[in-house]
Design a protein around this ligand. Structure first.
Ligand SMILES: *Cc1c(COP(=O)(O)O)cnc(C)c1O
Length: 510
């Protein structure tokens, strides 16, 4: 990384012999590495920075052969970077254990085709069509604004787009400007930018558990330490504030930020205004900025209501700075468009001035976001597009209907305790060990074997091992079939276990 691997003093403009010799055969003093360590070629010694290789293979790379000598056709491997080695998605990794078991109906004796309730992508399983009016308006604006949509844009985004996003995230209590917005590749891009601007190797960041694995991956890829705080299943998935205070008292000087995801795509819960006030109070005491992942926004179900953390912070006198990551992927079901952004809601002390400037520099380092996507954003945020408003309310009605159906079916299953979703299109379901005798992995694994139905074990997301997560944005008929299989599975195992228990009790009485 530092310095590259070419001799630094090579100057293309000059053509004196010394430079040419340098280019052909660099002497060790021209190399950007300390001249000690492994042998490189005939007469040059350099030290390889091969932490990456040694982590992967457990041994260091063999000495390289000079190219002009004949090389035997032995196998060789190009090392990858430490950052790449750290970038392991724990869910994909854990889930591959289950994925191997998925079979087509034609490969099974019962003919059951696989159904997945573990799907993260709202489009892949949904038969709810896109909002065509909004898509048309977006395409028209791309053509109309060709001047903007064809050229290179500012690295932080097209200015009219940043303005529209700033408007969308301005509250009566506090307005933000276009300069407080950076357009990113999806909400993931927003989070990545925020993490890169905030974190250094060795520092810490507070991350909720359960949550999507992306937070942990991103933080660890920059070498930061993840401090996981619990969302409490039996307290409406609220943050464990007591733990948060303890964590700050023990390692507060290392911790740079707290990540809050609301509504939570891991649990389907939505925080009350009171709980957000509590979180802001916590952040104020320890002078922590909040990274608010609010990609699901107001996709909530009555009586739950969405309160943007930045707005509540503004109402409380702007003591706590909030960095909000957002995008249109989930609410408009267009994850493939990669429309996202980060907004900086500074406090009265201007605590974010350096961080925001740092994020701008990082954005300038990056490749930027396609202007085709960017030019669509203002139309998709518009409150006056009636087609879009109608589409949103139809989506809402459809998801609410799915929830009623889902809750009715799940509450009939022996050994399951459903929790009514308050937002998003995910929910966690608790497994009663006393009734089914299975933890989350065993449940998911046997459900797949017996019913060809896929659910995500809660512990894959960092939840306790007595729950699983399902998504309910499926077509009605798939949801019907899936819940029927779930019901059959639970009734079968609950009654088997009851019989086994009865037998045990009989023996014990003899
Ligand atoms: C899906 C998801 C994201 C990623 O959003 P993209 O816009 O697709 O990058 C971020 N955070 C949460 C909580 C999500 O569920």
């Amino acid at each position: 990384m530092e310095g590259g691997n070419r001799p630094k003093n090579v100057n293309k403009e000059t053509s004196n012999t010394e430079t040419e010799t340098t280019m052909m055969m660099p002497s060790s003093s021209n190399l950007p590495f300390t001249p000690k360590g492994e042998s490189y070629g005939a007469d040059i010694n350099v030290q390889f920075h091969n932490a990456a290789t040694s982590t992967v293979s457990g041994k260091s790379a063999p000495p390289r052969k000079p190219l002009h000598q004949e090389v035997k056709p032995e196998s060789w491997v190009v090392p990858t970077s430490t950052k790449a080695i750290r970038a392991v998605n724990p869910v994909t990794f854990a889930f591959s254990r289950l994925a191997d078991k998925v079979k087509l109906g034609s490969q099974r004796t019962d003919g059951k085709n696989p159904i997945s309730l573990a799907n993260g992508d709202p489009r892949s399983a949904s038969d709810f069509g896109p909002c065509t009016e909004a898509m048309k308006a977006s395409v028209h604006s791309m053509i109309r604004d060709a001047q903007q949509s064809l050229g290179y844009a500012n690295a932080c985004g097209v200015s009219s787009v940043r303005k529209a996003i700033a408007e969308h995230h301005s509250y009566p209590e506090h307005r933000i400007e276009a300069r407080n917005v950076i357009v990113t590749n999806g909400c993931s891009g927003a989070l990545e930018l925020a993490f890169n601007a905030l974190l250094d190797p060795g520092c810490g960041v507070l991350i909720p558990q359960p949550s999507i694995p992306m937070y942990e991956m991103m933080a660890e890829s920059v070498g930061a330490t993840v401090v996981k705080y619990k969302l409490q299943m039996d307290c409406n998935w609220e943050c464990d504030l007591e733990f948060l205070h303890t964590a700050m008292q023990h390692c507060g000087n290392k911790i740079r930020a707290i990540v809050v995801n609301n509504p939570s795509s891991a649990t389907g819960a939505v925080f009350s205004q009171l709980h957000i006030v509590q979180l802001l109070e916590f952040a104020r005491i320890y002078r922590l900025p909040i990274i608010a992942d609010e990609v699901f926004g107001d996709m909530t179900y009555a009586p739950s209501q969405f309160f943007p953390i930045a707005q509540v912070a503004a109402q409380l006198g702007r003591q706590v700075p909030v960095i909000t990551a957002n995008g249109l992927s989930k609410q408009l079901m267009i994850p493939g468009w990669r429309a996202g952004w980060v907004t900086f809601h500074d406090n009265v002390h201007g605590s974010l001035r350096e961080l925001q400037a740092g994020a701008v520099r990082l954005a300038e380092l990056g490749p930027g976001v396609s202007t085709l996507t960017q030019c669509a954003i203002p139309q998709l945020l518009s409150k006056s597009n009636e087609g879009l408003n109608g589409w949103k309310s139809r989506l809402q009605t459809s998801l609410e209907r799915q929830i009623v159906f889902l809750m009715t079916k799940l509450s009939m299953c022996d050994g399951l305790v459903p929790m009514a979703p308050q937002g998003t299109y995910y929910t966690m379901v608790k497994i009663k060990y006393s009734v089914l005798g299975m933890d989350d992995w065993e449940f998911a694994s046997r459900l797949l074997d017996e019913e060809n139905l896929i659910v995500l074990p809660g512990s894959a997301l960092g939840a306790p091992n007595n729950a699983f997560r399902i998504s309910f944005h499926l077509p009605q008929r798939s949801l019907y079939e899936a819940t029927t299989r779930l019901y059959n599975f639970c009734q079968r195992h609950a009654s088997e276990r009851r019989e086994a228990m009865d037998t045990l009790v009989e023996f014990a009485m003899i």
